[in-house]
Design a protein around this ligand. Structure first.
Ligand SMILES: Cc1cc2nc3c(=O)[nH]c(=O)nc-3n(C[C@H](O)[C@H](O)[C@H](O)COP(=O)(O)O)c2cc1C
Length: 223
């Protein structure tokens, strides 16, 4: 697979083949490739927790229950701007409405919205969940490094026919998840990720998000 194909063909997958497991060696192979991601001074600030089976089910249970009871949890970092503004709010809406539109979910249909959201906590039926953590005393630069590592994970796995969906949705429930992972208190959750073989014919997986043209976010200053 060409690098450009790996990047352009990647999309968030939200329906996995739950019957097809992913071998431990395969996961280690992916993480080993992704671990070649660059980081300032090569400090490699990532920790990965891999869940399947009973622990994964426990995470599904606790997050679904909390979400459905109206407990929004409390993520340890702000992923999004505190005050939404254009152009970001518009892009966010376009992505959300596009996906809901495809699935025929109306925003005011609370039950349908909740059912969709709970799929996050079911890891979209993926056989494997990954949780990424970082030591609390790391600075912004390490979060930059982390993004490169995450994208490297999401690209490396594609070469093996696997797909993924990065998930911030788990972060609000870190206080229940981190102890289940056995993660020490000096680490914080960066995000979760579902990993598995995709259900190729699932409607939700046919959704393709848009992107800006490069010329719209690029300026050749010497022109
Ligand atoms: C760090 C991160 C967290 C994300 N969290 C979620 C999530 O919790 N649930 C979800 O369905 N998608 C999540 N996404 C997927 C984004 O919505 C998706 O990447 C974006 O809409 C672009 O679509 P694409 O990945 O299909 O290209 C996340 C993506 C990233 C990079």
């Amino acid at each position: 697979m060409k690098v450009s194909e790996a990047i352009s063909g990647r999309q968030s997958i939200r329906a996995f083949d739950g019957e097809r497991p992913v071998a431990r060696e395969t996961i280690l192979e992916i993480l080993s490739t992704a671990g070649r991601a660059p980081s300032g001074s090569n400090i490699q600030p990532w920790h990965v927790y891999v869940v399947s089976g009973e622990i994964k089910e426990q995470i599904t249970r606790v997050c679904s229950e909390r979400y459905l009871s109206g407990d929004e949890g409390d993520a340890e970092y702000h992923y999004y701007p505190r005050v939404w503004r254009e152009p970001y709010i518009g892009r966010r809406r376009q992505t959300g409405f596009g996906l809901y539109g495809l699935l025929g979910i109306e925003k005011k249909d609370t039950a349908a919205v909740q059912a969709y959201r709970v799929r996050n906590y079911q890891f979209f039926d993926a056989p494997v969940g990954l949780f990424f953590t970082i030591d609390r005393d790391m600075e912004l630069g390490s979060w930059l490094d982390y993004g490169m590592f995450l994208q490297s994970v999401m690209l490396s796995l594609r070469e093996l026919g696997l797909e993924s969906c990065a998930q911030q949705a788990f972060c609000p429930y870190h206080d229940d998840i981190m102890p289940l992972l056995g993660a020490p208190e000096d680490q914080m959750m960066v995000c979760g990720m579902s990993l598995g073989y995709p259900q190729r014919d699932a409607l939700i997986n046919s959704y393709r998000t848009q992107r800006l043209e490069a010329r719209d976010f690029t300026r050749f200053v010497d022109d």
